[in-house]
Every structure is written in structure tokens, then in C-alpha cells.
Write a protein that binds this ligand. Structure first.
Ligand code: HEC
Length: 205
């Protein structure tokens, strides 16, 4: 009889201990939930892609990038151009997010400059001009693993057709002016008030 009671006490204790352990585990996991799975967007970092000869591939989705600035008829030379061109600067979205949060252009940052001729006289417009045919697609890419100076510049053609790859332009045809005159890290931030404003308004800065 005595022995039987001992065993039922022991069984009750074991059960209580099991319940207690289970409760503590349940409480612990409620207090420290597992880290949320990183959203695919946060993990993603789009980088420039090259072919086997080192030519830059024109990203397929560049026209869906973030528009950070537009200009009309800006010219780098004294001679007036035949006609004013519209220029839109687009920025790869993951590098855009990085710049807005940190104020820096990370390795792999890509810009596209889309040059368009002026169109007019299309009904119902009676005056004014709009950005019409694409005359040129250019890119600026920050990639120190590709060129020692960090930034490289590429032209993909325009009116005669847009090529899918381009080799880096010689340093003195593009790089020098960007290095000398651009407001921040070779980028013409002085012409991109939308980008400056987006970065200044971010809590990350
Ligand atoms: C004499 C100065 C000068 C030279 C040379 C020059 N650029 Fe630029 N670039 C500018 C200016 C100014 C802007 C500002 C945007 C605009 O023109 O609308 C700019 C903007 C750009 C942008 C947008 C990103 C950024 O850095 O602001 C790209 C891409 C670009 N240029 C490519 C080129 C390429 C490719 C060449 C050579 C074929 C070149 N540039 C030569 C002055 C220059």
C-alpha cells in the first residue's frame, strides 16, 4: 500500500514537472518570437551585369527605375545645339533606397540618362513640347571591381537603335567632367532636387 502511494506521488511529480517545462518553453517563445523572415525586397541588392568581355548589359527594366531629375536643353558646350533635348535621369531602385537612407552611393549604383528629342503640334496641344523619340541611352555605374576609378560611363546608342551592351567610354570623354563638376561623388546632384529632398527627409540621416 505504502509502495503504491509512493509511486502515484512520483507519477504526479513527473507530470507536474513536464507541465512546468512545457509552460516555461511556451512563455519563452512568446517573449522571444523567432526573427521575421526578411522581405525579399529588403534582401535584394541589384548589381550591374557584364558579358564575358566585360561590356555592361543594359538592364531590361531600366525604364521602370526611379525618376530623380529632368532637364531641357542643358548643354555642355558653348555652341547651341540643333534642337533642345529632354533628359531624364533614372536610378536603380535598390540603390535609390540606399541613398535615401544613408546619403551615399553604394558600390553597384546605376543611373540611366534617357535623351529624347522634342515633339510638338500633336493634337490637342496648341503649344509646348513633349519628350518624343529616344535619341540616346547612357549609363553611369559605380563599380570599383570593374574600373579602378570607381565610376564608368556607357553609351548604348539611340536613334539608330539601342544596343543591349556597351563598353566603358574613355576616361576623358565622360569621367573627367563628372569628377570635376558633379556635386556629390561624380553624380550631378545639383540638378536632382527630388533626390536631395528624398534623402534629406529620411529618418535614416
Ligand atoms: C562636360 C560635362 C559632361 C560630360 C563630358 C559628360 N557628362 Fe554626363 N552629365 C553631365 C551633367 C551636367 C549631367 C546632369 C544631368 C543632365 O544633363 O540632365 C550629367 C548626367 C549624366 C548621367 C546621369 C547620372 C549622373 O551622374 O548625374 C549619366 C548616366 C551620364 N551623364 C552619362 C554620361 C556619359 C556616358 C558621358 C560620356 C559619353 C557623359 N555623361 C559625359 C555632364 C557631363
Amino acid at each position: 500500500m505504502k509502495g503504491k502511494r509512493y509511486w502515484s506521488y512520483a507519477a504526479a511529480l513527473v507530470t507536474l514537472a513536464a507541465i512546468a517545462t512545457w509552460t516555461i518553453r511556451a512563455l519563452e517563445s512568446a517573449a522571444n518570437p523567432p526573427p521575421p523572415a526578411q522581405s525579399p525586397q529588403a534582401a535584394q541588392k541589384v548589381m550591374p551585369q557584364y558579358d564575358k568581355n566585360g561590356a555592361l548589359l543594359l538592364p531590361e527594366d531600366y525604364r521602370r527605375w526611379v525618376m530623380i531629375g529632368a532637364s531641357l536643353g542643358m548643354s555642355y558646350s558653348e555652341a547651341p545645339p540643333a534642337h533642345d533635348m529632354f533628359a531624364h535621369t533614372l536610378m536603380e531602385p535598390t540603390a535609390y533606397r540606399h541613398f535615401v537612407e544613408t546619403g551615399t552611393f553604394r558600390e553597384g549604383t546605376m543611373f540611366a540618362l534617357l535623351l529624347q528629342g522634342p515633339g510638338d503640334q500633336v493634337l490637342p496641344a496648341r503649344r509646348g513640347r513633349f519628350a518624343n523619340e529616344v535619341h540616346g541611352v547612357e549609363m553611369a555605374v559605380k563599380d570599383s571591381s570593374h574600373v579602378p576609378e570607381g565610376w564608368a560611363y556607357y553609351g548604348f546608342g539611340g536613334m539608330g537603335g539601342i544596343r543591349s551592351t556597351a563598353t566603358a567610354q574613355p576616361k576623358n570623354s565622360c569621367f573627367s567632367c563628372h569628377a570635376e563638376h558633379a556635386a556629390r561623388d561624380h553624380v550631378f546632384l545639383q540638378f536632382y532636387p527630388l533626390l536631395t529632398e528624398a534623402a534629406a527627409g529620411s529618418k535614416g540621416r
